[in-house]
Design a protein around this ligand. Structure first.
Ligand code: AAL
Length: 496
């Protein structure tokens, strides 16, 4: 007999293999159809048949194929007998599982499909493919865990509560240095607290952000910071911000700089945390800053969600316009919600038009957003059903949860090189500054401190170490969340 060349032999085996799998699948389907006529064939049977077909790979064990083929049918037949339940309802009845049983031919695959598989999926698995950039957080560009580092260079007066730094802005890089602006309170005593605000005076602050100013600092490495001085002072009464100027963020627009901030006209806590937004501008990043001396984003009409407060103004340039996202808390405490809205302008000094769909977010204290791909992404950190999420809106307006994470940076101000590029190709973030409002262990020395966070929410970085979904907190963190005496009594636990 003529000796086959290796290539011919290979092609022959391939054809044999393909026809084998094809024929076996036809037989399998036929047998299942016969067995399921008027009855129910359980998915295990189908899986077993598939497994047998696959493991009878002809190229690896051609010689034993035919005995095994017989084995497949014998096994399939017995398996079917064992699994068929003659009392099961017939297909086409009203039982909702019928449809699933009929269309599911195999179990969900072992190798995770990168795109949505063409098979019935549970709501959870539908979400896995519809809501996230990738099924695994490790591959999801909008998932990140967070790492923290103490900053160097800031003095906190022996942490006695008289100096506080909080609510950092986004970070800009200019003149070879990083710049950040933040709320600084330097008062003779620590704050008396929100609930005792009526005890505040011209010198005694009500809250941590009362009687504050906006200061700025620069850094070469993002870790060691040098405080440069005050950027926005409190103006004289009754100009907006006379009581406190706080919680700022920066915009660069046509080579000028704009700082938007909360301008308090009363001590926060006296009626609530009520304030509108004011703005100052400068030709140089180091100032001097000229206050517009007017309310730039006013509170909403009486009876609407933002009637009392517009907090955390956060400018980005998007679609060639100025998008200022902001936060408001609405509803009478304790029945209140915190949400984020948006005001849009063609000119940094207004007029700003509030988006008709406000609030855009149902959750989220503070505002921390960045251009991402063609849309805007948000760190939605605290408060509300969707706390601890990273959200994304391809249109900058309609946000969806893109990742659920933990240990998020409070009041994050990120380094966003393309914050004002408006080029529809946002690249994401890798670090920024945040604050710890619980920097002091004691209420008597209450103050906040700035810190650095790192993450991987960048399309240009791939850092697997930042994709950790299992953060183990020190056990003391859990025990610190202790039941109070009232709860212990209600649960019949001994009083300590
Ligand atoms: C912060 C911000 C605003 C509030 C207060 C100071 O986290 O949301 O700035 O007014 O708390």
């Amino acid at each position: 007999m003529k000796k086959l060349r290796p290539a011919d032999r290979l092609i022959g085996e391939l054809i044999l293999e393909l026809s084998y799998i094809y024929i076996m699948n036809i037989f399998k389907d036929l047998l299942i159809k016969i067995l399921s006529f008027g009855k129910l064939v359980l998915p295990q049977v189908i899986e077993s048949a598939d497994w047998l077909i696959k493991t009878n790979n002809p190229s690896s064990h051609c010689k034993v194929r035919y005995p095994k083929v017989g084995g497949v049918f014998v096994l399939l037949f017995f398996l079917s007998l064992g699994c068929v339940n003659p009392n099961e309802p017939k297909p086409n009845s009203q039982n909702p599982t019928d449809e699933i049983t009929q269309t599911t031919t195999t179990g969900y695959p072992w190798d995770i499909p990168a795109t949505k598989p063409d098979r019935p999926l549970s709501a959870g698995m539908e979400r896995l493919y519809d809501n996230y950039l990738a099924p695994r957080p490790e591959d999801n560009e909008l998932f990140s865990s967070f790492k923290y580092t103490r900053l160097k260079g800031f003095d906190y007066n022996e942490e006695n509560g008289t100096i506080s730094r909080r609510d950092p802005s986004k970070i800009l890089k200019e003149n070879g240095k990083y710049y950040v602006w933040y709320t600084k309170r330097h008062t003779i005593v620590p704050p008396v607290g929100f609930s005792r605000a009526e005890q505040s005076t011209d010198k005694i602050p009500s809250t941590d952000w009362d009687l504050a100013e906006i200061w700025y600092a620069t850094s070469l490495d993002g870790l060691t910071w040098e405080e440069q001085g005050v950027a926005i002072e409190r103006p004289d009464k009754p100009t907006v911000g006379w009581r406190s100027v706080t919680t700022t963020d920066i915009l660069k627009w046509k080579d000028k700089y704009y700082l938007y901030y909360q301008g308090f006209l009363e001590a926060s806590g006296t009626k609530g945390d009520h304030c509108p937004v004011a703005v100052s501008y400068a030709d140089d990043i180091d100032g001097p800053w000229t206050p517009a001396n007017k309310i730039i984003i006013p509170n909403g009409e009486k009876g609407t969600w933002d009637q009392f407060s517009i907090h955390d103004p956060y400018p980005l340039v998007y679609k060639d316009k100025i998008y200022v996202y902001f936060k408001a808390a609405y509803g009478d405490r304790p029945d209140y919600l915190v949400g984020n809205g948006l005001a849009i302008a063609d000119n940094p000094l207004g007029p700003f038009t509030k988006h008709p769909l406000n609030p855009l977010f149902n959750s989220g204290h503070e505002t921390a957003l960045f251009p991402f791909k063609e849309g805007i992404a948000s760190l939605t950190i605290r408060n509300g059903n969707e706390s601890n999420t990273i959200q994304y809106a391809p249109d900058g307006v309609n946000f969806d949860i893109a990742a659920v994470t933990q240990l998020m940076p409070t009041a994050a101000g990120s380094y966003i090189p393309d914050a004002f590029d408006s080029n529809g190709d946002g690249r994401g973030i890798t670090w920024g500054l945040c604050h710890f409002i619980n920097a002091s262990k004691d209420q008597k020395t209450y103050h906040s401190q700035l810190a650095r966070f790192d993450c991987d929410l960048s399309l240009d970085v791939h850092d697997p170490e930042m994709k950790n979904t299992q953060v183990w907190y020190d056990h003391q963190v859990y025990f610190n969340q202790a039941l109070n005496e009232k709860q212990r009594a209600e649960r019949g636990l001994p009083i300590r």
